[in-house]
Design a protein around this ligand. Sequence first.
Ligand code: GAL
Length: 372
Amino acid sequence: MQKINIYKIFPSGIFAMIIVLFIFTCSAAPQQTNYKSFYPGQIWLDTNGKPINAHGGGILYYDSVYYWFGEHKIAGPAGNKAMVGVHVYSSSDLFNWEDMGIALPISDDSTNDIAKGCVLERPKVIYNKMTGKFIMWFHLELKSQGYASARTCVAVSDSPAGPYKYLYSFRPDAGEWPINVTEEDKIAAKDNYLERDFEGGQMSRDMTLYVDSDGEAYHIYTSEENRTTHISQLTSDYLKPGGKYMRVFINRNMEAPAVFKHDDKYYYIGSGTTGWDPNAARSASAPSIWGPWKELGNPCVGDDSALTFHSQSTFILKVPGKENAYIFMADRWKPQNPIDGRYIWLPIQFNDGKLVIEWKDEWDLGWFDGLK
Ligand code: GAL
């Protein structure tokens, strides 16, 4: 067979130019994104064609716009530490997200609480109608201290996408006993972390914020060496704990909390404590935020439900303007390459007072219209 000599057809200079142009076009042109569905677990591109980078996130809905805040991760194991800050994206339809930049950058000053290399996890933002401020809380581990500091951190902004101003970090509820404390809880004993941390403040790791329909806000955090969850009411400006808190799921080792209210009933979804490895989700419901909380088991059903579809809860979004529409948001962590962590968003169903979450490869908000 006769070989075609491509250099005879295109002189070598032109040939090289075509190759270079081809490579340039492939790498420079953003991939077009115009999503009309969610694709749980798939790479999710922003409107610039770059993978969304907002892990352990939460959503603020303000003035008909959704703001997705999350941990900005970088490639490689170093990405498990905060190297950039809290990333924010905005959207009007929940499918297509515009990059709004870094809402709260970490600090280059190594003495700052949020110094580059600290652990900054699960940022959540709420809006305070009384002050008109946007308030961000997140879990903070001071640089080079592993997960020992177990602090919470607050930042504030005048506009939803920021920039946020760092205020302070602390351990919540110092010098306060929870409303359901027992006399025994107040006595020093081995493994009595509540008493151990009474003076200095309670440990606060995985966390969420919840604003109730009456405007009261709550900080829900994993405490006492990850054994027990605390629900702590915030001051009316949402900037500090107000001093009233309660221990829930005592010694149940639950984390990754997410809370919502449906039909006047409060619901919780969380996980067990196995670090970056997935485990079976937990759920619970209560007639009041102050309980009594009744555990309802793993809401996930079907294949891989025992591992929450290889993910861990981070937030539950009530879709405005739709009835019975709640989205379970979770992270599929990649601790070896955290930037490649994926987002699992799935619809929540209610069955006989329990929550049910089923895997879907693809779905859209129309799915909720089929619910009774
Ligand atoms: C998970 C937790 C994450 C992160 C991780 C570190 O259990 O939910 O937010 O703290 O542990 O191992």
